[in-house]
Every structure is written in structure tokens, then in C-alpha cells.
Design a protein around this ligand. Structure first.
Ligand code: CO
Ligand code: CO
Length: 303
């Protein structure tokens, strides 16, 4: 159902009329110093692409790269964090593979499942649909500030918790309210992933004042504390974004900045707005209304 052509969050294979299998793999280098939190974040990030397809994770495998000088305790902590998230997702960890490498890396290969008709594509939003985001932005900026020692890991508690949070509840909401399109925000930043939701005849307006950011991320943006990926994303996706009004350069750049284990982008018809928001509140799930799809082209940035 979904393969290497196109830009879906995961591969999808229709097993039979009642089951579609969803398959994804993701791993990366540590973005926080604590091995345990790194494990949790990497696992939540890997599981997210299953949720972003409208599925539920079933089984997972570890993929781990370890330098020869890393302590066995640190390795254990990474795997412990990963396992906790797999369990929380209601899935089973069946094994994995490790190898020696200069830099540590960790993540999961995950198989999930869904009914074939419940598979949520990226680019199937409708004209007039509302656009919701389910986690704040700014992870790339703040973890870069951490790397440059402008912050301590203790200052990042809220952000780490945010990255560790599964997208399970937001995906459940998207399914319950039959969202028209669904994806998650990761390495290509808000604009990069949002561009995957567009078509030749479908554009989206986003409102800067409505876009949630983690505390201090815009402060560090002002000091140009950005990961390298922010600049390369901007270069690649720049043409798709039209700013209506005057926005400081760093504010625009923040929208291109890579996220890790970011939230879902949910396209949902306007008539469901109140019910959707009420239900999210009941489930204690943030849903930020940040934009609206229109018949036209590109991403239009407004105040
Ligand atoms: Co994704
Ligand atoms: Co991915």
C-alpha cells in the first residue's frame, strides 16, 4: 500500500482484507547525555511512524551501535529506556542487533498493524480542513544549546518528557475522529513534514502566533543556536513557504529546524473541531490548532 515512492512515514503491506502491516526503522546518535533518557527518546521516535500511519505497534527489534569504550551500564540503560517505551506502547521487544561503531546509535525497527481502511496518508487532507499539532517545537534548538553548554540537561526536563511521550493518544484521537491526513514532525522540521501534506491543488495557511514552542527555544533562536539541519532544511524547502507580513529571520528558521520525536500533524474537518478538542482535553492530550488547508499552493505563513 505504501512503498519507497512517495513520502509516507512507514511502509505498508496489505496482508489481507482485515490487516495491513506497517513497517518502519529509525535510529540516531544521542541527543541527551543520560543513556536511559536517550533510549526512551529513540524508542518513542521510532514508534511514532507507526502511529503516524494510523497503526498500533505490535513488535520491535533493537538496533544498537556501541563504541568499544562505552560502559556496559550505559548500554544497559539505553536498552532499558527503549524497552520501557515498547512496553508502554503495548508492543513486544523480540530481539535486535548490535555492532561496534565510533559513535553510539540506537533505535528500533517496528512492525505495527491497522485495518487497511484505517491507514492514514500524509497527503489526503481536504480543502477547509483544520491543521493540529500535538507537541511543541524547538527540540533541535534546545538540544543544540545543550551541546554548546548554554543549558544543562536539568533545564531540559520538559523537553525530554515531551520527546519521550508516545504519540499513541494523539493517534487514537486522529482515528476516532477519522482525520483526513496524518504525519509526524521529525528531522525535516515543521515545514518539511507539512510540505508532505500538500498537493498541487492543496495548500495550507499556518499562524505563527498559534504555533507552540518549548520554553526558551525562541530565545536561543534569537541567538542563532540552530542545528545544522535547520539551514539545510530551509535551503531545501524554502520555496514552498510564503510569508505574509514581516517575520524575523530566526523565527522563520525555527520552523525549518529539525525535531526529534515530535508531535503528530492532524488534518481534520472543521465541523469536528469542538468534539475533537473536548475529547483531547479529556484524554489530557495537547492539540494545538495551527493552520487551515485551502485550495491553492504552498505554505502561507501568517501572524
Ligand atoms: Co514520520
Ligand atoms: Co522515520
Amino acid at each position: 500500500m505504501c512503498g519507497i515512492n512517495g513520502s509516507e512515514d512507514a511502509g505498508v503491506y496489505k496482508l489481507n482484507d482485515s490487516t495491513a502491516l506497517i513497517f518502519t526503522l529509525d535510529f540516531f546518535t544521542p541527543i541527551v547525555d543520560s543513556p536511559y533518557h536517550f533510549g526512551k527518546i529513540a524508542a518513542a521516535n521510532s514508534l511514532s511512524d507507526i502511529y503516524a500511519m494510523g497503526g498500533k505497534p505490535l513488535i520491535a527489534l533493537n538496533i544498537l551501535c556501541i563504541p568499544s569504550n562505552i560502559s556496559p551500564v550505559a548500554v544497559e540503560e539505553i536498552l532499558k529506556g527503549g524497552l520501557e517505551k515498547v512496553k508502554e506502547a503495548g508492543a513486544f521487544l523480540l530481539g535486535g542487533h548490535s555492532l561496534q561503531d565510533k559513535e553510539p546509535k540506537y533505535g528500533l525497527a517496528v512492525v505495527g498493524a491497522s485495518k487497511p481502511e484505517d491507514i492514514k496518508r500524509n497527503n489526503s487532507a481536504k480543502e477547509g480542513d483544520l491543521l493540529y499539532l500535538t507537541k511543541p517545537l524547538g527540540v533541535g534548538i534546545l538540544t543544540t544549546a545543550l551541546k554548546r553548554k548554554k543549558l544543562k540537561e536539568d533545564d531540559l526536563k520538559e523537553v525530554i518528557e515531551g520527546m519521550e511521550k508516545l504519540n499513541n493518544i494523539s493517534a487514537e484521537l486522529a482515528l476516532k475522529f477519522n482525520a483526513d491526513a496524518l504525519t509526524d514532525v521529525t528531522g525535516f522540521g515543521l515545514i518539511g513534514h507539512l510540505s508532505e501534506m500538500l498537493r498541487e491543488d492543496l495548500g495550507v495557511s499556518i499562524f505563527f502566533s498559534k504555533i507552540p514552542f518549548y520554553e526558551n527555544s525562541l530565545k536561543f533562536a534569537k541567538e542563532y543556536v540552530f542545528p545544522g539541519g535547520a539551514y539545510s532544511n530551509q535551503k531545501y524547502y524554502e520555496n514552498i513557504l510564503k510569508a505574509e507580513g514581516n517575520f524575523e529571520d530566526e523565527k522563520v528558521l525555527a520552523l525549518f529546524s529539525p525535531e526529534t520525536s515530535g508531535g503528530l500533524l492532524v488534518a481534520i474537518s472543521e465541523e469536528k473541531k469542538d468534539f475533537f478538542e473536548e475529547e483531547a482535553k479529556k484524554k489530557n492530550q495537547d492539540v494545538f490548532l495551527i493552520g487551515k488547508f485551502f485550495k491553492g499552493e504552498g505554505i502561507v505563513l501568517k501572524d
